[in-house]
Every structure is written in structure tokens, then in C-alpha cells.
Ligand binder design. Structure first.
Ligand code: ADP
Length: 292
């Protein structure tokens, strides 16, 4: 099985500042760091580290070599990463002394998908392959419809949530990967009522499976096989960035290795407990040999 990760890639420019800048103010930063990110890229790296055969599709600008290199280093196939004469998706992030941040997002090449590009990418995949998506690229609705027509298994993390997602043909999604905030935004059910959120999905998308992660508490699975709760492993968390991407990557890998749902959930929880115990986003995601 091939896994296609059609998704965003971002360069994060992080500036340390004494306080978040005010209107009209000029402020010197004390440090600048550059990180690679974007949910799509993080998902690809997580799945590659989990041992899957991952193909990333998306667009970068000529400033995006760092993104391409990160994917290649992780063993992700990058033939479907196109370079445009434009700027890559990036963020300008201020972080103050208290650790609060403010973020400007420039969508850049992440919003340059076209139907022709989607068709070209999907022509390399077939029935039984898996497509993994988030909501940080344009034409997501078209990608879902076309991949469904090719018989691909579609996994969607509907993040960041936007109302217009509810107008897409989400019944074509095989697995929703959500946290309690996204679960609340989609269903309107309180984040304090995870089983209510699962009930909402069962009635609106009866053919789909849902994984609902609840941070340090654990994660729920709901689908035709039933409902299972997987508690989180107890660890000292230092940075929870990429926990959700690790969980979904390892769950998909577990299923691809023929694990039962319960065993795949346990594998995913173990991998994400390692991610949260280390600093950083994609670099903190463990390799499969550290998990099994
Ligand atoms: P997201 O990053 O999408 O919000 P969550 O924070 O819900 O995802 O975390 C996903 C999974 O990562 C959880 O279900 C759990 O298995 C694991 N996890 C998250 N936070 C912790 C923690 N503090 N300790 C142990 N495991 C954690």
C-alpha cells in the first residue's frame, strides 16, 4: 500500500521579542530561528518514521529547498512536490518572554493547487492506496472527490476547522482524525462530552471511522468494529506539538501492518507519548524501532 500525503509545507520564522509588538511600534528581536512545519509535512514525516511508504504532494517556492530536503531526509518520495515561481507557505511568529506568541500566516504556494495538478498526482495512485489530508491547502473538496472516485482510502484531519468544510462530501472520508476542539467545532457538541461527539459522527457519517484524541487522557476510536478507548501512556510532557500527527501516522501504520484496531491504537499512543516527551515538532517524532 502506498500512502499519499497531499498537504501543506511551511517555513516558520520565529522571532524572540520582549513583548508582542504594538500598532505603530518598531521593535528589535533578540533572536530568530527557522523551523520547518505545516501539518502536511509533519504528517508525512510521522508516517515515514512509522515505516510507511509515503509520497508527499504539494507545492513550494524557490525558497522552499529546506522543506524538500526535510522530506527527502525522512525518506518521503518527493516527485509530486512541485516548485512554483512564488513564495512558499510561511509564518512570521513572535514569541515573548512569557512564551506567548502571535502568528502571521502566509499561505503562499500551499494555496496554488489546481485541478490539473491534482489529476496528475492522483494518476500515480490506485484503489487500496491511502490518501492523508488536512485543511491547509486549497481545493481540498476536489481532492476528496477525485481520490474517492479512484477508490483510495481517505483519512482527513479537518484542521484548521472552517465552516465551509461541512459543505464538502465528507461521507467519502474513511477515517476522521480529530482532537476534542475540532470535534466540538464540527459537531457543535461540547468538548467535555467526547462520547456525544462520537455519537454525532456515527449518525452523520455512519460509514466512517473516527479517532478522537484527548491529549494526556488518551484517545477514542469509533467505527463499525465498535468503540475503544486507549488511555495515554504516562510520561513527563515537555512539548505536545505533533502529538496528533504522530498518533494518526502510527495508527495508519499499525493498520497497514495488519494490527487490530486496539493494537494500532496502543502503538499510536506509545509513539505519541515519546513525541510529547521531547522538544520540537517533526524532529520529536520517534522512529518505529523506538516504539515496537
Ligand atoms: P493534537 O496534537 O492533535 O491536539 P492530542 O493533544 O489530543 O493531539 O494528542 C494526541 C495523542 O498524543 C493523545 O491521544 C495521547 O495518546 C498522546 N498525548 C498527548 N499529550 C500527552 C501527554 N501529556 N502525555 C502522554 N501522551 C500524550
Amino acid at each position: 500500500m502506498k500512502v499519499l500525503s497531499f498537504g501543506s509545507m511551511n517555513i516558520d520564522y520565529v522571532y524572540s521579542v520582549p513583548h508582542i509588538i504594538q500598532p505603530g511600534e518598531t521593535l528589535s528581536s533578540t533572536n530568530r530561528s527557522i523551523f520547518i512545519g505545516g501539518k502536511g509535512l509533519n504528517q508525512s514525516i510521522a508516517m515515514a518514521r512509522a515505516g510507511l511508504d509515503v509520497y508527499h504532494a504539494g507545492k513550494i517556492g524557490s525558497d522552499g529547498t529546506v522543506l524538500l530536503d526535510a522530506l527527502k531526509d525522512a525518506g518521503v518520495h518527493t516527485d509530486n512536490v512541485k516548485i512554483e515561481d512564488a513564495l512558499s507557505g510561511h509564518t512570521i511568529i513572535q514569541v515573548n518572554d512569557e512564551g506567548q506568541n502571535s502568528i502571521i500566516l502566509f499561505k503562499g504556494t500551499n494555496y496554488m493547487m489546481t485541478e490539473e495538478f491534482i489529476d496528475e498526482v492522483l494518476s500515480g495512485f490506485e484503489k487500496g492506496d491511502t490518501l492523508v489530508l488536512q485543511n491547509e491547502i486549497n481545493l481540498l473538496d476536489k481532492i476528496i472527490d477525485k481520490a474517492y472516485d479512484s477508490g483510495m482510502t481517505i483519512v482527513l484531519n479537518p484542521s484548521p476547522f472552517e465552516e465551509k468544510l461541512l459543505g464538502y462530501n465528507l461521507e467519502k472520508v474513511s477515517i476522521f482524525m480529530i482532537n476534542e476542539i475540532e470535534g466540538n467545532q464540527i459537531s457543535g457538541i461540547s468538548a467535555e462530552n467526547p462520547e456525544g461527539i462520537l455519537d454525532w459522527f456515527s449518525s452523520h457519517y455512519p460509514e466512517s471511522e473516527v479517532i478522537l484524541t484527548l491529549g494526556a487522557e488518551g484517545a477514542w476510536f469509533s467505527g463499525k468494529q465498535g468503540r475503544f478507548f486507549q488511555p495515554a501512556f504516562k510520561v513527563k510532557a515537555v512539548d505536545t506539538t505533533s502529538a496528533g500527527d504522530t498518533f494518526s501516522g502510527y495508527f495508519i501504520a499499525g493498520k497497514a501492518m495488519g494490527y487490530t484496531v486496539e493494537d494500532a491504537l496502543r502503538l499510536a499512543a506509545k509513539a505519541s507519548s515519546i513525541t510529547v516527551s521531547r522538544p520540537g515538532a517533526a524532529p520529536s517524532i520517534p522512529f518505529i524501532k523506538e516504539v515496537v
